[in-house]
Ligand binder design. Structure first.
Ligand code: ATP
Length: 234
């Protein structure tokens, strides 16, 4: 069975995320996509992130309509096993290894990621090991080019220019299979939205309906998330 792992802050989960998951699931016949909100402990935050429980609740609401979508507590740490909230940062390599322990031999794991996030992959913990653990689906995002995905790989994994030439087109798409890494480029995810824009709009009391699942928009409103002065840390 083909399974997708899709991590993010999901602060909040929005149409860009759902479109990416949909496009990846359709193209690679994913029977399940696990949406994994990252549990960022307060001392690791560059900027305040809304409490895990709210982000997880929103993921749960947004994933109700498609039986392939699964909200996941993989990065909830202690919270996922009934205790308190994890106080250590989660690294994707640990999450992937933990998940793989639960999969069958025949399962094929795909890591879903937007091109903006993939550009930093070389700086991730144990990047080479992570790239070797599963296949990557790198999706387009307005304002970012899929052309330089290959150049974002950690040194030593970067292919020679001749190999990447077919991927240098404006509309990059296709598969890049190299020793130690398999990348699938997924063009056509054209949702010009980010959680940053949504939080700013919410702070100004502007409507959020065009970006959010109606249940998520209602949750944001009810709980007063992203309002000026709201800390969301509770
Ligand atoms: P923020 O604005 O707070 O940085 P974000 O909108 O980028 O948030 P994240 O939760 O950080 O959302 O993203 C999780 C994953 O979803 C990342 O891999 C990111 O590249 C991808 N992603 C987010 N928004 C889009 C979008 N509009 N189109 C395609 N991919 C997206």
């Amino acid at each position: 069975m083909n399974i997708g792992l899709f991590g993010g802050s999901f602060d909040p989960i929005h149409r860009g995320h759902l479109t990416l998951a949909q496009a990846a699931a359709d193209r690679f016949a994913l029977r399940q996509v696990l949406f994994v909100p990252a549990n960022v402990p307060p001392h690791k935050q560059k900027q305040p992130v809304t409490a895990f429980v709210h982000r997880y609740a929103m993921v749960t609401l947004a994933t109700q309509d498609d039986k392939r979508w699964m909200p996941s507590l993989l990065e909830a740490g202690e919270l996922g096993s009934g205790g308190g909230v994890a106080q250590t940062a989660n690294y994707s390599i640990d999450t992937v290894r933990r998940l793989k322990q639960t999969l069958k031999k025949a399962d094929r794991l795909f890591f879903l990621i937007g091109v903006d996030a993939f550009k930093d992959i070389a700086k991730w913990r144990e990047a080479r090991a992570l790239l070797a653990e599963c296949e990557f689906i790198v999706a387009s995002r307005p304002g970012f080019s899929l052309r330089d995905v290959a150049e974002s790989l950690p040194e030593g994994l970067r292919p020679p220019a001749a190999v990447t030439k077919p991927f240098q087109k404006q509309t990059a798409t296709g598969d890049l299979v190299l020793p130690g890494v398999t990348l699938h480029l997924l063009d056509g995810v054209q949702q010009n939205v980010s959680a940053t824009t949504i939080r700013a709009a919410a702070a100004q009391g502007r409507p959020l309906a065009k970006w959010l699942d109606p249940r998520v928009a209602e949750y944001v409103r009810k709980m007063g998330l992203y309002r000026k002065g709201a800390r969301g840390g509770g």
